[in-house]
Write a protein that binds this ligand. Structure first.
Ligand code: GDP
Length: 365
């Protein structure tokens, strides 16, 4: 599965957001199952109206959304890279995630202490990024010496990694995250293997006061400008509102509450969707009378890789995939209609899966 790590300084609203995520998911048990893996880790169903639509057409007994994993990573403070706070544990947790959801405090509240003094999300973002850059520098410097010896011994792999490290270090020393560096395709794998914290894609979540949930406030606007300049995305939410919405069981009540605040969907849905886009993931579906189910693959995945998400046997024995685009399935009133209209395609090993494909895999056992 794909993992998003929720990071940020203490008291910015990380736990409130994480708890809302888990509460929403468990409240909507059937459709958005949530399971706690560890106390700070949970899987959340990815809301997708297309899944409901095709399930209705196919009269599927069950609906199973695809999931995204969130990890609440606590303990980051200034000095974490030097072992302050939960220091190392915190950095190890981040190393394991695919993307970073960076929560920034954009709400004023005298009752909630700010660890750095006043409200300044740009400074907070820098504090966090600096710790991550310091940790990256330290890990690269540690690797440099042994590699120099190896590269002298004419180890091509070591030579390549060493050259890469020598290009990344100055970038970090200038105070720029590793993700800002251009990496050519030949180096992509070696770059990934460096496992740099600042190479991971980032989504900024601006936590604003309740009244600003729909439009954001002047402080979140500054974050948006900063993020745009850095080529990153932002989502504005009010963690407090998300907490309240998560307590409501009734769907109608939830909708009314959101509407009264000028919101179309929950901030959580926006965070989940943004996380999905951040990871460059797409969804394909399997559908039948038993269940309609959504599955996640990275964009660019071929048929066998997509089949492998269901079961490794499907990947190993992959023959072809009978494929119908979701829109065609809906327009033709289901599988038979799509077949009759010539909208079912036979796709082979080289087919690049498209978002919304409904697939039925044929494979050898
Ligand atoms: P964490 O340390 O980042 O996990 O922060 P928490 O989620 O524990 O939140 C710290 C405190 O701020 C708690 O008392 C929350 O109730 C409060 N808090 C979180 N979000 C908001 C918000 O949007 N508005 C206000 N006024 N308080 C909030």
């Amino acid at each position: 599965g794909f993992k998003c790590g929720i990071v940020g300084l203490p008291n910015v609203g990380k736990s409130t957001l994480f708890n809302a995520l888990t509460a929403t998911a468990s409240a909507e048990a059937a459709n958005f199952p949530f399971c706690t893996i560890e106390p700070n880790t949970g899987r959340v169903g990815v809301p997708d109206p297309r899944l409901e639509t095709i399930a209705k057409i196919a009269k599927s007994a069950k609906i199973i959304p695809t999931q995204l994993e969130f990890v609440d990573i606590a303990g980051l403070v200034r000095g974490a890279s030097k072992g302050e706070g939960l220091g190392n544990q915190f950095l190890g947790n981040i190393r394991e995630v695919d993307a970073i959801v960076h929560v920034l405090r954009c709400f004023e509240d005298e009752n909630v202490t700010h660890v750095e003094g006043g409200i300044d999300p740009i400074r907070d973002a820098e504090t966090v990024e600096t710790e991550l850059m310091l940790a990256d520098m330290e890990s690269l410097e540690k690797r440099q010496q042994p590699l120099i010896k190896k590269a002298r011994g004419k180890d091509k792999e070591a030579e390549r990694t060493l050259a890469l490290i020598e290009r990344v270090l100055p970038v970090l020393r200038e105070g720029r995250p590793a993700r800002t560096m251009a990496v050519d395709p030949d180096d992509a794998k070696a770059f990934r293997l460096l496992q740099l914290l600042t190479a991971k894609p980032v989504l900024y979540v601006c936590n604003v006061e309740e009244a600003a949930a729909a439009e954001g406030n002047a402080i979140s606007a500054r974050v948006e400008a900063m993020a745009e300049a850095a080529g990153a995305r932002t989502v504005v939410i009010s963690a407090k509102i998300e907490e309240e919405v998560a307590q409501l069981d009734d769907e109608e009540e939830k909708k009314d509450f959101l509407e009264s605040l000028g919101l179309k969907e929950t901030g959580l849905a926006r965070v989940i969707h943004a996380g999905y886009r951040l990871l460059d993931l797409i969804t394909y579906f399997t559908v039948g009378p038993k269940e309609a189910r959504a599955w996640t693959v990275r964009r660019g995945a071929k048929g066998p890789e997509a089949a492998g998400v269901i079961h490794s046997d499907f990947e190993r024995g992959f023959i072809r995939a009978e494929t119908i685009a979701c829109d065609d399935f809906v327009a033709c009133g289901g599988e038979q209609g799509a077949k009759d209209a010539g909208k079912m395609r036979q796709e082979g090993r080289d087919y690049t899966v498209a978002d919304g494909d409904i697939m039925h895999f044929k494979f050898n056992v």
